[in-house]
Design a protein around this ligand. Sequence first.
Ligand code: TYM
Length: 332
Amino acid sequence: MSTKRILSGIQPTSDSFHLGNYLGALKQWVELQDGNDAFYCIVDLHALTGDIDPTLLRKRILTSAAQLIALGISPEKSTLFVQSHVAEHNQLGWIMECIAGFGEANRMTQFKDKSAKGGADSARVGLFTYPMLQAADILLYQAHYVPVGEDQRQHIELTRDLATRFNSRFGETFRIPEGHILKSGAKIYDLQEPTNKMSKSSGSAAGVLEIMDTPEANIKKIKSATTDAGREVTFDEKEKPGISNLLTIHSALSGESISNLENQFAGKGYGDFKSAVAEVVVEYLRPIRERALELLQDEAHLVKVLHGGADKARSVASATVADTYKNLGLVL
Ligand code: TYM
C-alpha cells in the first residue's frame, strides 16, 4: 500500500481514555502510523462544548498526550498535536459552518443525544456546530483515512458531503476522506449495560474500563460485569450481549479468535471466563498506565513534543486554508 494521509482526533474530556476508545480507534492509530503519514490530534476545542473546568481541562490534555504516547503513538513516526495550537482549525471550521445546511447539522444523532441528556435549552451553540469543526479537522490535512469507532460514522459522512459540495461549487480543494472503521471492536459496550456503548459520559463508572484505572479497580469492574442468562460462553450479540462484549474485548487484546475462546471455555461457566478476561485486560493495560504516569512527571517535555507536532501540522493546514480562501474569492 502506498503512503496514505491519516487523520484522527480524540477529546480530552475525562481523566482517562477507556477501552472503547482504545479498541475502536487508538489501536488502529498505532497500527496506521507505520508506513503512512499520520496526524493525531487532541481535540481540546471540541472539549469546550461540554462543561469547562480550566484546571481539569489542562490536566486532561496533558494526560491525553501521555496516554497516547504510552500506548504507542510515536511522535517521531506521526504528528501528535493539540487542536488549539493550530489556529487553522478555527479558520476552516467557520468556512464549513458556512457550507453546511442547518437541516443536515440538525440530523446529527450525537448532537441530539448529547443535547437531550442535558436538556435542549442548556446545549451550547458550539455543540451544534461541533461536526463542522470536526470536518475542518479532517479536511485540513487532506486525509485519505480517518480511523474511528462506529459512533463517528455519521460525522465522517457529513465531512464527505461538505467536501464534495465545496469542491463542486468552488473547484477541487479537498480530498474526500474515508472512515476506517473496524469490523470487530468498532463498538465496545458498557460492562453494566451491555446494550449501550462504553462511554465517558455514561451514568456510572462501573461499566467503563479505563486505561488509567488501577488494576484492582478494573478487575473489580470485570468481575461484576453484567452477564446473561445461561452459563455457556458463546458469542451471541442478541441473546448474550454481556458475554459477547467480553469475548470481543478478550479477543481484541489477546489476539485469539472468538471461536477459539468459545472452545477454550466450553463447560467452564462465566466465573472462570471473567477471571481470564480480567487477567488479559489488566496485563495489557498495566505497562501503558505505568508509562503514562512516568511521562506525566515531565510536563515540560510533553508540551515540547506537542509544540513540535503543532509546527508540522500547521505547515500542512495553512496550505489548505490558503487554497480554500483563494477558491472562495477571498483576497490573500
Ligand atoms: P471521542 O473523543 O468521543 O472518542 C475517540 C474515539 O474513540 C471511539 N470510541 C469508541 N469506539 C468503540 N467503542 C466505544 N464504546 C467507543 N467510544 C468511543 C470514537 O469513535 C472515536 O474514534 N468527535 C470525535 C472526536 C473528533 C474527531 C475529529 C475524530 C474531533 N475531530 C476528527 C476523527 C477525526 C469524538 O468525540 O471522539
